[in-house]
Every structure is written in structure tokens, then in C-alpha cells.
Write a protein that binds this ligand. Structure first.
Ligand code: F3S
Length: 64
């Protein structure tokens, strides 16, 4: 899972929905935590965050 920094416009929904998976820098741009590795029990949250990003900036790969 990763955040496309070019697309992110700082809507902050990802961080609000899944603070364990995302952090937001001083410019409001989100980035993935833990090197983008999503623990199995947080995969659902990752998908919810991706679905709620208005800029489609969150890319979740389907493999583990
Ligand atoms: Fe950026 Fe989308 Fe999150 S625009 S701050 S990745 S909700």
C-alpha cells in the first residue's frame, strides 16, 4: 500500500480513518507508515481509506 504524493491533496481522510497506517506531514501530504506493509488485520481499514480518498491517491495492492 502506498500514497501517491503527486495525487494527495491533503484531505486527511486516510489519517482519520486509519491512523495506524498513515501519517500526514507538515504540508498535509499523507504517507504510508511501516514501509507500506499492511498487517492482515488492518487490510480492511486500508481499503476503506483508499475508497474514501477523493483523489484516489491511495494504492492498495491485492497481494498480502
Ligand atoms: Fe491525501 Fe487522500 Fe489522505 S488526498 S491526505 S491520501 S485522504
Amino acid at each position: 500500500m502506498r500514497v501517491d504524493q503527486e495525487r494527495c491533496q491533503g484531505h486527511n481522510r486516510c489519517f482519520a480513518l486509519a491512523p495506524n497506517l498513515f501519517d500526514v506531514d507538515d504540508y498535509g501530504v499523507a504517507h504510508e507508515l511501516n514501509g507500506g506493509v499492511v498487517p492482515p488485520d488492518e487490510e480492511h481499514q486500508a481499503r476503506v481509506a483508499a475508497a474514501n480518498c477523493p483523489e484516489f491517491a491511495i494504492l492498495v495492492d491485492e497481494e498480502g
